[in-house]
Ligand binder design. Sequence first.
Ligand SMILES: [Mg+2]
Length: 209
Amino acid sequence: MAAGPLVLGVDLDGVCADFYGGLRPLAAEWLGVAIENLTQEVTCGLREWGIDKAPGGYEAFHRFAVGQRALFQNLMPIPGAGPALRRLSYEHNARIRVITHRLCAKYLHQIAIRQTAEWLDSHDIPYWDLCFIQDKAVVGADLYLEDSPESIGELRAAGKRVIVFGNATNRGIAGPRANSWPEAEELVLNEIARLAGARAAAVSTKGRE
Ligand SMILES: [Mg+2]
């Protein structure tokens, strides 16, 4: 077991940032429909909104949202995300490692990275590491906060400890589950305490050898 602070791998979209809430008015604009016609019960890929059937499909919509409407800069934080991450970082010495799959459209990388860094700073979200990667399981962390069913499955298949951050896209996925940041913070604090206990026990066992 590695020494040092607990490394918390934190996803952005759907965990720290209200990705689907931010996309909904942009989808209404792009599709030319009333926002009320776009359900909030969505799954990854947004087929419920008909994005996949529109000209250019999801990638064209994504390019519009990020390139023309600065999506990653303008998303609202999920309530409580910033204060909870600041407490975990400052008061509990957790190392926040942001792990996000935002580089999914060619030639949009500079914009996506700049908007992401500006958003993190503007909401005073503390972090030491910022990883843009699709295969999140190759990034080490003691604990992950994630909402994507696909990423949760991959992380768990790799033996990682994952807290599901609950939203419409991951209903039915097995817990542990947090449906809000207060719930997530409590679960992370439990894990910090568990890890501290395990490390103390390991030191004590070694001392008796
Ligand atoms: Mg996500």
